[in-house]
Design a protein around this ligand. Structure first.
Ligand code: M6R
Length: 609
């Protein structure tokens, strides 16, 4: 979490830094700050609160200069405050840094530095980096950063300027994202390409333990011993407009509406246009490798974990390979059964979630083949896995994940069909039905998005309810959990996702007239059972909103309200069910919170444990 930026060029740095931070605010918004090199000094401005507060504070008196760094914070060490806001400086005002990550040995380093005479002005772990660099500084910033980086433990992307070295910025990275943007006579540094996409699409992804020196004339990249490293320049295929709101009130709504396109893009070139086969060269597995797999482990967090629930169901059903799913933060603290016949699949929109990355590393160490499903080209998950399947969702800015989720589902279906195709586990006519079903999904998503007035009406009624219970069976249990997560996350309403059959084992006690139940009742093997569960809720004065298929008339005798989605194969239905649940969360949240895109206490990319 936290977003960092740097700029060196011929233009005024301040507006470029502020604009870059705006695009990174999804990473944290507890405070913001910038530092600009000018007239032999470093002009630092920072404010608690969102970037807007900083913008107001510098209006009419913005720092002048063509070299600068900036930061938007998600607080870890030290509460949100002006003092704890980045950038942070050393004692002499020579060194100024911004940082994303956690310096785990900061307490030990801080005691040592205090004993050596350094005075600290904040409670942050970051300030330790500034003083440590000061300690090593003898007129060569790159060398001092290199020496400090060797002593730092934990995760960091650091961007550093020195008062006496106005012609470059130095950066370092370990386990936190950092990317360089190459312009004409200018360079950018950022946590995410979105920060500088409007200026350049030519980028270099920085690796762990790289030290970077950027100047107006170009870039030098070195290892921790100071040896130069050659790095490939990549061209980002997102354009700046994709990271704009495009007329929508919030990114979340825009991103919900982008799902038909995102699903098509993700399917393109993988499901043949004749619909006769699936091809996934990105998996980087031979047919023999695929036949050898005897176990799949899926690792993810949050929404991506819900995608892995769908993946488990689909892969076990279609390929008959046992699949274990793990919340990444749990996997790393047990001793999972993983060996060289295991395929470990990590799912992560950002590709930077630290728990997921650690899970990936653990699986690799135990000999598994690894595959990443991610939305971010060049992300850590993509680079560290043996294979990668991208979700072509485009930039997802809202903290609440929407299009990343449904495209993750698209990829797990493609994987299931591909493995089944090679292992011969699926009857050809059934496989053909499923491929045809997949092909239909983007158009069906469009139908939902063409008219969701019933969702808005339901949100108007329920936004002041005390709680929501999402119940489902089978593969849509993942949808229930995802629906509940969405509404908790952006509307701050207590919500639970539950297996409908489990209701009578506890949760049904919560039902009262202020508690709404959303029942996922699309066509399925267990449709009749869900109807009985709805009856049970109704018998206890609960209100029920059913997500049901377009032509289902039976449901009308059961639910208070019905939100319709087109009919598809049960196994594919989570994609369509997700959309009204996202919209419901969005419209309920509109009535309760001004911060739909940036809900309190959260950040889009969780790069700390
Ligand atoms: O970038 P990732 O997919 O690894 O992120 C995982 C979770 O942090 C993320 O899905 C989170 O749960 C979303 N904000 C939910 O909407």
């Amino acid at each position: 979490m936290c977003g960092i930026v740097g700029y060196i060029g011929k233009r005024e740095a301040c507006p470029i830094l502020i604009d870059g931070l705006k695009r990174l605010e999804y990473r944290g918004y507890d405070s913001a700050g910038i530092a600009v090199l000018n007239c032999g000094g470093i002009d630092i401005r920072k404010s608690i609160g969102k970037l807007k507060a900083l913008e107001c504070a510098i209006e009419g008196c913005a720092p002048k200069g063509t070299v600068g760094i900036g930061h938007t914070r998600w607080a870890t060490h030290g509460r949100p405050s002006d003092e704890n806001a980045h950038p942070h400086s050393d004692c002499s005002g020579q060194i100024t840094v911004v940082h994303n990550g956690i310096i785990e040995n900061y307490a030990e380093l801080k005691s040592r530095l205090i004993a050596e005479g350094h005075a600290f002005a904040s409670e942050t772990d970051t300030e330790v980096a500034a003083h440590l660099i000061e300690q090593y500084y003898d007129g060569d910033l790159a060398k001092a950063v290199r020496s400090a980086a060797r002593e730092l433990e934990g995760s960091f992307a650091l961007v550093v300027i020195a008062r006496d070295e106005p012609d470059h910025i130095v950066a370092a990275r370990r386990h936190s994202p950092l990317v360089i943007g190459l312009g004409e006579g200018e360079c950018f540094l950022a946590s995410d390409v979105a920060a500088f996409l409007k200026h350049t699409r030519r980028v270099i992804y920085v690796d762990d333990d790289n030290i970077v020196v950027v100047s107006r004339g170009g870039v030098g990249i070195f290892d921790l011993a100071g040896n130069p490293i050659d790095k490939e320049v990549s061209l980002v295929d997102w354009d700046a407009a994709m990271a704009e709101r495009g007329g929508y009130e919030h990114f979340m709504l825009k991103e919900i509406h982008e799902q038909p396109r995102a699903l098509r893009e993700t399917m393109r070139g993988r499901l043949s246009s004749e619909l006769d086969r699936v091809d996934l060269p990105g998996m980087n597995l031979s047919d023999e490798d695929i036949r050898r797999i005897n176990r799949i482990v899926m690792i993810a967090c949050g929404t991506a974990y819900h995608a892995s629930m769908v993946g488990k169901y689909a892969i076990e059903e279609l390929c008959r390979i046992p699949v274990e799913i793990d919340v990444a933060s749990e996997l790393r603290y047990r001793n999972p059964i993983i060996d060289d016949q295991t395929l470990a699949i990590v799912i992560s929109q950002s590709g930077e979630t630290i728990d997921t990355i650690v899970g990936l590393r653990e699986a690799k160490e135990k000999g598994a083949k690894t595959l990443a499903i991610t939305n971010v080209v060049g992300s850590m998950a993509a680079r560290e896995s043996d294979g990668v399947l991208y979700t072509y969702a485009g930039p997802e800015i809202a903290v609440a994940s929407t299009k990343a989720y449904t495209t993750q589902l698209m990829v797990v279906y493609l994987i299931a069909l591909y493995l089944a195709q090679i292992r011969g586990t699926l009857d050809p006519s059934r496989a053909a039905q499923l491929r045809a079903g997949l092909w239909e999904l983007p158009g069906q998503a469009e139908l939902i998005l063409n008219d969701y007035s019933e969702v808005k009406r339901a949100a108007e009624r329920y936004y002041c309810f005390n709680g929501f219970l999402y119940m489902a069976r089978g593969i849509n249990l993942a949808s229930a959990l995802e629906g509940a997560l969405k509404i908790k996350e952006i509307a701050y309403i207590h919500a639970e996702g539950y297996a409908a059959g489990e209701m009578k084992h506890g949760p049904i006690a919560m039902i009262d007239p202020t508690f709404a139940t959303i029942a996922i009742a699309v066509k399925s093997k267990t449709y009749d059972k869900i109807l009985s569960n709805i009856k049970e809720v109704k018998a206890r004065s609960g209100e029920v909103i059913a997500i049901a298929n377009s032509h289902d008339t039976v449901i009308e005798d059961y639910a208070d309200r019905i939100i319709r989605v087109p009919e598809t194969e049960e196994i594919l239905s989570p994609v369509l069910v997700a959309i009204p649940l996202q919209l419901m969360a969005y419209y309920v949240a509109l009535g309760r919170s001004p911060n739909v895109d940036q809900p309190r206490n959260l950040a889009k990319t969780v790069t700390v444990e």
